[in-house]
Design a protein around this ligand. Structure first.
Ligand code: PT1
Length: 282
């Protein structure tokens, strides 16, 4: 497996794990200066997450949580492009674009995005070609169907085997489109077309995914799979999210996608200290 990802001009060292901060774009509410205010708020949030140690910031203009509606290409571009541009101008960081839309990938890569994160694994018409053209690394994630309907009775005979088979197929499609293995990250897609039992089994069996010999990204922060176990609302899932973050690190994940960067970096540093630093602390 390659020891790094070349994210445009930034090189991400994969010999240690990293935190990807989720940068939400609040849709502009009212007329007066809404655009400036939401951009300004996002930049402040970005600054905080980078100061806390995030290696990447994930920016998306489409919600993909269960039941979410799709947005038009123009809407997505209007939301995401100004933020990608401002992040690249203001910070020396890797901007990950959370998008499935070829035109958005192309435009945001030109603005300096460093990673393409697609929950649809480049299955939209023209997405493979657009992504390959950028030369950027891609994160391929497992999902079935579309966010709007994906939680309607998902069924698997063997969720781990079927997720792996899907990710292998999408990897092959990327290679056929001219990408190299050094550009590919895999993500089992927690919370996407999976019941709680599927999510838990997949998490338990995460080490099996290393057979694909590619870096893994895990996103479980505040998700309903945590809520279903501890019976708590989304704003009370921090400790649960941290528990799963550490378990994902133990199972070899390279990148953890989270809302709470400060707390996850603490957990990651403790993980790292135990992994490598114990000899220096007699
Ligand atoms: C993810 C991910 C993502 N998750 C990647 N990108 C979301 N690579 C967006 C719930 O059950 O895991 N990996 N981009 C957010 N999606 C969800 C899905 C949010 C499910 C919430 C839930 O609560």
């Amino acid at each position: 497996m390659s020891a790094f990802l070349q994210c445009g001009k930034h090189r991400l060292d994969l010999s240690t794990p990293h935190v990807m901060g989720i940068l939400n774009i609040t849709p502009d509410s009212f007329s007066d200066g809404g655009q400036y205010n939401s951009l300004d708020a996002a930049l402040h949030r970005a600054e905080e997450m980078l100061a806390a140690g995030a290696s990447l910031l994930d920016v998306g203009g489409e919600s993909t949580r269960p039941g979410a509606q799709t947005v038009s290409t123009q809407q997505e571009l209007d939301r995401v492009a100004p933020l990608v541009e401002a992040l690249v101008q203001n910070f020396d960081c890797i901007v990950s674009l959370d998008s499935s839309t070829p035109q958005v990938m192309t435009e945001c890569a030109a603005l300096g995005a460093g990673l393409l994160n697609d929950v649809r694994s480049l299955q939209r018409e023209g997405a493979l070609q657009a992504a390959a053209q950028t030369g950027l690394p891609v994160c391929l994630m497992h999902m079935r169907g579309e966010p709007q309907t994906m939680q309607d009775a998902p069924h698997y005979e063997d969720v781990t085997a079927e997720v792996m088979q899907f990710l292998q197929q999408r990897t092959d499609a990327c290679l056929a489109a001219g990408m190299s293995r050094q550009q590919i990250i895999l993500d089992p897609g927690f919370g996407f077309a999976k019941t709680l039992a599927h999510n838990l089994e997949l998490f338990h069996r995460l080490p099996q995914l290393h057979a694909l010999e590619l870096p893994l990204l895990v996103g479980v922060s505040r998700k309903s799979m945590i809520g279903q176990v501890i019976n708590k609302p989304v704003d009370e899932r921090l400790a649960g999210s941290l528990a799963l973050a550490v378990m994902a690190l133990e199972r070899g994940a390279s990148i953890i996608r989270v809302h709470d960067v400060v707390q996850t970096m603490d957990a990651l540093q403790l993980f790292q200290a135990v992994q490598t630093g114990w000899q220096e602390h007699p």
